[in-house]
Every structure is written in structure tokens, then in C-alpha cells.
Design a protein around this ligand. Structure first.
Ligand code: MLT
Length: 247
């Protein structure tokens, strides 16, 4: 099993992802929010790259089932949308049985970019250990894609990549690691083991704290509170509770 890590989504070449499992990470906050929404009963999350794509999709889907428009630009709710991108907005009473169309600055973009991978898993600190267990069980080559921040490196996503690889190595020490993965492990050693503290010091955390999202930053640094892995198929992200695929 080979493990590589793309430190920003621009490095993720769609064709190179064929035959591999892609693991998409956006700790602050898109993948944390997706994991939370699905664990609170959302039916599916559909990521879209732009606000312009979100509206027609919403108008089409709302004819058939309950749908919410969610997302952010500059961390804030998009005008006319039902929800922003704070995981705390995705409570069970709001999202249960609903389809959520999500557009965010970075996370939604990387989800769209990895569409050609054989399998796409959604990861954050919230479910990192279960992601690692799933990857070892599946045994395919792995491409971890950090969403970063507007195509720049972000420490929190790389730390989460390192955390997942650390968990993989505990189960499967023979995994072959790329240089970027070795770097993620070094960063984890430097900033760990307190992930909440590490996340709170990251650049995007300071922006979120300044915009009154301090509680989000604390939550996004929590490790292993969920024991399932959302999967994206045909651009629909679900928890797969209804079939037998091990997730
Ligand atoms: C993103 O996808 O860019 C982020 O989740 C931004 C945020 O809402 O903090």
C-alpha cells in the first residue's frame, strides 16, 4: 500500500487519482461540517464549486425532496442560503432527512477535483481513526488531499493527514510513504499530541476566531468522536449506513 499526500488540492491531478482511494480533508471546516451533518441524519451532502451552480441544483431538487443550501464565502453565510459552514448549524432538528447542497471556498472545491478517484472518503480529526482503519481494510493505494486555504498550504489539514497516516502505520507498518507524508508525520510530532491546541494556533483558526467562530475551532480539533466514514459517489456524499461496505 502506497500513501501520498497532496498538500494543496491544485497538486491533485485528476487522472493520477484513478485506481486509488482519495481522502479529502478540510479540518476548518468543510469536512468537519459534512461529517457532523451526516451523523445528525442528513440524507446526503452534494458539494458544488460555485454559488451559481448551487441555485439551479436547489431549484431542481426541491421539487422532489427537502433540500438546504449551505456554505460560506470569507467564512460567512452566503446571502439567501439557509445555513453557513459552522458545524453547529447542522443540528439534527435542522438537517435530518434533508439533502444539503454545500459550496465552500476550499473544501467543496477539492471534493469536486478528486471526482475521478476510484473511491473518495471524507476525513477530519472527528473520524480520523476510523478513516485509517477503513483504508487499511481496503488495502488500496491512498492519495490524501488537503484542501488548504485558497490553494495555499494549511497546517491543520496536513496535521490531520499525518494523524491518519500515524494510525495507519500502527495497523500496517509496511505502508510505503511519500516525502510529503513523511513531512506530515514530522509536523504531527512537532505539534502533537494535543490536536485542539495545534488547530487553534493555525492561520485559518485565527480568522475564524476573529469572526466569532471560536467554538468551531475547538470542535474541529476534537479527535475520534465519530466512528464512520462518509463516502462520495457520483458527487453525493453519504454515510452508507444502508449497505454492507464496511464503512
Ligand atoms: C472552506 O471550505 O474553505 C472552509 O471550510 C472555510 C470555512 O468555512 O472556514
Amino acid at each position: 500500500m502506497k500513501i501520498d499526500c497532496r498538500l494543496v488540492p491544485a497538486f491533485a491531478d485528476a487522472k493520477e487519482l484513478r485506481g486509488k482511494t482519495a481522502v479529502v480533508i478540510d479540518v476548518l471546516r468543510a469536512t468537519t461540517t459534512i461529517i457532523t451533518a451526516l451523523n445528525n441524519g442528513a440524507r446526503q451532502v452534494i458539494p458544488v464549486a460555485t454559488v451559481a451552480e448551487a441555485w439551479p441544483l436547489y431549484n431542481e431538487l426541491k421539487e422532489h425532496s427537502p433540500v438546504l443550501l449551505a456554505g460560506e464565502r470569507d467564512t460567512k453565510i452566503i446571502p439567501g442560503f439557509h445555513l453557513g459552514n459552522s458545524p453547529f448549524e447542522f443540528q439534527r432538528e435542522t438537517v435530518a432527512d434533508k439533502t444539503i447542497i454545500l459550496t465552500t471556498t476550499n473544501g467543496a472545491q477539492s471534493l469536486v477535483r478528486v471526482a475521478e478517484a476510484d473511491e473518495i472518503l471524507i476525513a477530519a480529526f472527528l473520524n480520523a481513526r476510523t478513516v485509517a482503519q477503513t483504508l487499511v481494510r481496503n488495502g488500496r493505494d491512498i492519495e490524501i488531499v488537503c484542501s488548504g486555504s485558497e490553494m495555499h498550504f494549511s497546517l491543520e489539514d496536513t496535521l490531520c493527514a499525518g494523524y491518519i497516516v500515524h494510525e495507519i502505520l500502527a495497523l500496517f507498518p509496511e505502508a510505503e510513504l511519500s516525502d510529503s507524508v513523511r513531512m506530515a508525520l514530522l509536523l504531527l510530532k512537532e505539534y502533537g499530541p494535543d490536536m485542539q491546541k495545534a488547530v487553534s494556533r493555525c492561520e485559518h483558526a485565527t480568522v475564524l476566531i476573529a469572526n466569532d467562530f471560536s467554538a468551531d475551532v475547538v470542535y474541529c480539533g476534537m479527535t475520534n468522536i465519530f466512528h464512520n466514514v462518509p463516502v462520495s459517489r457520483q458527487n453525493s456524499i453519504t454515510l452508507n449506513n444502508n449497505n454492507n461496505n464496511n464503512y
